[in-house]
Design a protein. Structure first.
Lengths: 200, 87
């Protein structure tokens, strides 16, 4: 199948015959959205529901898409909002607002574990135990940091696209990404690193 | 550059967001500070581990079920006669 350009895809998606364009979008983004939703919710079944909800909502609201962002960014935004609604329902309590406030006031988490890790970038064996450690560390991150980390470092969206998905400024994305990386590194260090008492 | 500054600028260093002067300062510090060098390496490894995680794709049967549901939703819209929009 020939890859449609973004413009072709959008035109077809917004026509009265969106089937083929939707199939194309599903092929391109279903797994990405599933991964983001698992990361946000920590639950594969709930993540599958988010994928369904995202594509059905995109179909219903496709005429309201005006092309300020890419279709992919728009789908991520729908999925993110659906996942946050799901979290709110599940917890039956309000999550902290996704405003840019309070980022500057939080002290930067200073690194404590500074032993080398018994890993190299060329030899990353991600077995079941490692996956469980990664998931546990990510789930313990504050939700607002986790979302930025997943979009920027796992899905490899740009700072600008991440800011669009989350409704943040670019600088808030950078601040949150930095905190997320430092916290995750610290959380994983006991599993991969040799003990080193001194901090920076 | 001191260690505290390196920690503050670490992600900007990794993401190539520092100006030339700060980048040179950071590189000079990293060349002599083992702790900060370990911090840089292990922060990069953290991201690499999550990217290498793999296995998080929709299960094939669930994928086709989901896609069938979406196709049915398109068919329902067809039946309801959605107007061709002006794009």
């Amino acid at each position: 199948m020939r890859m449609r350009s973004e413009t072709e895809l959008l035109t077809e998606f917004q026509s009265s015959r969106p089937q083929a364009a939707l199939e194309d979008l599903f092929e391109r983004y279903a797994d990405k959205i599933y991964r983001l939703a698992i990361g946000l919710l920590g639950d594969a079944d709930a993540a599958e529901d988010i994928v369904q909800e995202t594509f059905l909502a995109a179909l219903d609201h496709r005429l309201s898409f005006v092309g300020r962002s890419s279709l992919g960014t728009w789908l991520y935004r729908i999925a993110y909002n659906a996942a946050i609604s799901s979290l709110r329902r599940r917890r039956e309590e309000p999550l902290s607002e996704e405003s840019d406030e309070s980022d500057d006031g939080d002290a930067l988490p200073m690194p404590k574990s500074l032993g080398d890790w018994a890993l190299t970038p060329e030899n990353l064996l991600v077995d079941a135990q490692t996956r469980a450690r990664l998931d546990d560390a990510a789930q313990r991150l504050p939700q607002k940091l986790r979302a930025v980390f997943l979009l920027r470092d796992v899905e490899e969206l740009s700072t600008e696209a991440t800011a669009e998905v989350l409704g943040l400024t670019g600088s808030a994305v950078k601040v949150r990404l930095h905190r997320a990386r430092l916290l995750l590194r610290e959380a994983l260090a006991p599993a991969f690193g040799s003990p080193e008492p001194r901090g920076v | 550059m001191k260690c505290e500054e390196l920690v503050r600028y670490l992600s900007d260093y990794i993401d190539n967001n520092l100006n030339e002067e700060l980048r040179a300062d950071a590189q000079e510090h990293l060349a002599t500070c083992r702790n900060c060098h370990v911090l840089l390496d292990t922060t990069r490894l953290t991201t690499a581990l999550y990217r290498s995680r793999g296995d998080q794709v929709l299960p094939p049967t669930r994928r086709s079920d989901l896609y069938e549901k979406i196709k049915r939703a398109v068919a329902r819209q067809d039946a309801a006669g959605l107007e061709d929009p002006e794009v």
